[in-house]
Design a protein around this ligand. Structure first.
Ligand code: TXE
Length: 480
């Protein structure tokens, strides 16, 4: 059985303690590879390798660093099909989704930041006749990147690429639940000629390798995406050490449909924003609020399209819904379906585990599930389910829907559907979320700031925000 290895100092190496964790294919429930269960010793080696590589990497001109990142991007594009298949097997997502979204985006992350570093400028403040003030942005040194299982290579590279572009050396840990494409990336980095130690990938659990990274005194910053509880724990550990922190956490995003919207577009995109990746995207709109005059019409059209989302083997081209990532996660989502019944919800679609035959007999499949009749105060409408479960709720006024939309502890993203331009701006500005999509969803321009308000996180990723996070500004004043 394939044993993955850590990527430390340019070499693929076994974990120091020789321990491994089983890596399960969600569509079959079978162990298909083993992932290093690394510990503090491995993290220590990775930090030492990164520290050794840093002086030369820092001194490498941004253009040359960028060329290496662009080369990695090209290799990801070359291996698109192989990587997409690996992602689908490892995560349970439909192969088509991995091929059209996850892997192309991983390639874009490297090419975008590979060139962005050359456009990164710092400020000058001239005090006429008195002084010239200018800002230098220094890389931090060794930084840590920790990513989750829902968009494995996509989110892993979204952190690594800007960190490297800004001149840092990186110790990175992918989720232990989906380590495969990070492992394949380490091979591509070797092929691209990335200098040894510039990027180090340590596999393992959160409490093991992850915690050791967060506690390590020589890791200057942590960029983390994952659950809000984990983010809280990381902040508690890292804040007293004055580490820079970027935390991209959970969401409970509203999707607001006004009666004057482009109806077909709203329905079709709402099916996407509800169930893409089995609802396991922090940006999914799991609370759908529909203005009362079109509520019944929307419900009927939405349910009709949901019925067409066939659940099947993620490797088969026709499957629209794949497997959930793990048995414990499936059980968590099922517990929320049970809770929705207890809270008085009416089940409109789905609600059951799906048992497929053949090779997928042991897989973690769930029907796309829709409830109505759950008030905004219900736990199902306040807590992050992170699965294919959404609620439909009619609303009467803009003020009411804004109160409900803003009524959770999260504030990551929101979508609104209207043809009224004034309302679009007014409602967007009143939403307490880091991202608002008007008449679209998951539309991403990599230059825009990405991140959440309230318990959805601290800091922003994307574009210049990411380059700023991974650098330390130094202000220099020269008396004229
Ligand atoms: O995430 P974790 P889990 C939400 C979603 C899900 C819940 C838990 O609701 O049900 O979080 O998922 C590493 N120090 N999201 O348990 O634990 C871990 O190894 C350092 C939302 O999978 O937050 C992995 O690499 N690292 C979400 C990463 O953190 C630690 C995406 C994320 O794992 C650590 C995923 C520690 N003490 C889950 N503990 C989103 N918003 O995108 C864990 N990790």
């Amino acid at each position: 059985m394939l044993q993955l290895r850590n990527y430390i100092g340019g070499q693929l190496v076994a974990p120091a303690a020789g321990r491994y964790l089983p890596n399960i294919e969600p569509a079959t429930g079978q162990v298909y590879s083993q992932v290093p269960d690394s510990d503090a010793q491995d993290v220590q080696r990775a930090v030492e390798a990164a520290q050794a590589a840093w002086p030369a990497w820092r001194a490498t001109p941004a253009e040359q660093r960028g060329k290496l990142l662009v080369r990695i991007s090209e290799l990801i594009e070359r291996d698109l099909e192989r990587l997409a298949r690996a992602e689908s097997i490892d995560n349970g997502k439909p192969l088509k989704l991995a091929r059209t979204v996850d892997i192309p985006r991983a390639a874009s992350n490297f090419s975008f930041f590979g060139t962005a570093a050359q456009h990164f400028a710092s400020e000058t403040h001239m005090q006429d006749g008195v002084a010239l003030n200018y800002t230098v942005r220094h890389p931090l040194g060794v930084v840590g990147c920790i990513s989750p299982w829902n968009l494995p290579l996509y989110l892993f590279t979204w952190k690594i690429a800007p960190a490297l572009a800004a001149g840092n050396c990186v110790v990175a840990k992918p989720s232990e639940v989906t380590p495969m494409t990070a492992y394949l990336l380490s091979e591509l980095c070797q092929e691209a000629g990335l200098p040894a130690g510039v990027l180090n990938i340590v596999h393992g659990t959160g409490p093991g390798a992850g915690q050791a990274m967060v506690e390590h005194p020589h890791i200057k910053a942590i960029s983390f995406t994952g659950g809000t509880k984990t983010g809280e724990h990381i902040a508690r550990t890292a804040a007293p050490m004055f580490k820079k922190l970027s935390l991209e956490l959970g969401g409970k995003n509203p999707n607001i449909v006004f009666a004057d919207c482009d109806f077909e577009a709203a329905v079709n995109t709402s099916v996407q924003s509800s169930f893409a990746n089995q609802g396991q995207i922090c940006l999914c709109g799991s609370r759908i609020f529909v203005e009362r005059p079109v509520y019944e019409q929307f419900k009927a059209a939405f349910l009709e399209r949901v019925a067409m989302l066939n659940v099947g083997d993620p490797l088969e081209e026709g499957s629209r819904q794949g497997a959930l990532v793990s048995e414990p996660h499936l059980q968590k989502v099922l517990s929320y379906i049970e809770l929705a019944h207890h809270e008085g919800g009416t089940l409109l679609a789905g609600g059951q585990r799906v048992h497929l035959g053949g090779r997928c007999a042991g897989g973690y499949f769930l029907q796309p599930t829709v409830f109505e009749g759950l008030g905004p105060e219900c736990r199902v409408n306040r807590e992050e389910v992170f699965g294919p479960v959404v609620t439909l709720t009619p609303f009467d006024t803009e003020e009411e829907v804004l109160r409900w939309a803003n009524g959770t502890e999260y504030g990551l993203a929101a979508t609104l559907w209207t043809r009224d331009l004034q309302r679009a701006h007014r409602v967007a500005h009143a939403l307490e979320t880091g991202i608002v999509w008007v008449n679209t969803w998951l539309h991403r321009d990599l230059r825009t700031p990405f991140g959440g308000m309230k318990n959805s996180g601290v800091g922003r990723e994307g574009g210049l925000e990411a380059l700023r996070f991974f650098t330390e500004p130094q202000s220099i004043t020269v008396k004229l």
